[in-house]
Design a binder for this molecule. Sequence first.
Ligand SMILES: [Mn+2]
Length: 285
Amino acid sequence: MDSAHRFLDSEAPHLAADQCLFQVIPAPYEKTVSYGGGTAQGPSAIILASGQLEAYDGASCPCEQGIHTLPPAPTLQAIESAVAGVAAMGKIPVLLGGEHTVTYGALKALRDAGETFGVIQFDAHADLRDTYEGDPFSHACVMRRALDMDLPLLQIGVRALSPPEVELRKNRAIHHYDADLIGRHGLPSPLVPADFPQKVYITFDVDGLDPSIMAATGTPEPGGLTWWQAMDCLAAITSARTVIGFDVVELAPIKDLHAPDFTAARLVYNLMGYITRARATNKTK
Ligand SMILES: [Mn+2]
C-alpha cells in the first residue's frame, strides 16, 4: 500500500504491523443511505487528510505508539473478522466508516471475543429504530442492534429522535446527554455514569458535531457539539474508562471542501492521543 492508503503515513514511525497499538480498518460500507450519500468515500478521505496532520496533537505524539492501516473491509463480515484479528493481537481497532452500520461488525467481534464493555455513542440521531425502511441493518438501527447484544449504551449529542425512540430510551433507561443539555449546561460530571462498564467502545458519528464544523455528512442537524465540547467528552471518557476500540463514521466528503475531511482525521488522531495518555497515566499509577 502506498502512503495514500495509510493513516498518517508521513509522520508515524514505521513499526512492524503487530507492534502498532492502533490498527486502522477502512470500512467503505454504504448500503442504507437515507438522505445524502457518499460515506463509501469517507475512509479514503480521512486517510488522505491524515497526511496533513502534525505528529504532535497538542499534548503528545500518539503516532509513536504505532499506527498500522489494514486493507479495506468493505462488508460487515470483513469488518467483523478484521476487528476480531486486531482484538486477538491485544491492539486497538480504529474503524473508519462508511455508514454507521459498520459499528455492528466491530461490536459483534468484540463481544464474541469475550469482552465485557459498554458503548459510548456520539451522534445527532439515536439510531435506535428496530427497522428502517424494512432493514434491521440500516444505519438508523445500529444502536438498537447493540441493545440486542445487551451492551450498555451512553448517547452523547443526540438531537433528532422518533417518538418510539424516545419511549424506548425511557423504558430501557438508556443513558444520554443530549446536545441541548450540553449546549445549555455544559458537560455533566462524571460524564460516564458510575454503573457503566470499565471497558468501553466509542462510536463517533461525525454528525454528532455541529454542521458548522461538519457539513460533510448525510443528515446534518443544527445544534451539535462544538469541537472543544467533543474533545472535553473524549478526555473525560478516556480518563475514566479503558477504550477497547473506536470508530469514526458517516463522513460523506464534499468535493473541494477539505475542512470536514481534515476535521474527521483530526478527531481520529486526537482520540488516539487521549487513549495513549490515559494508558501512560494508568501504567504509572
Ligand atoms: Mn448514527
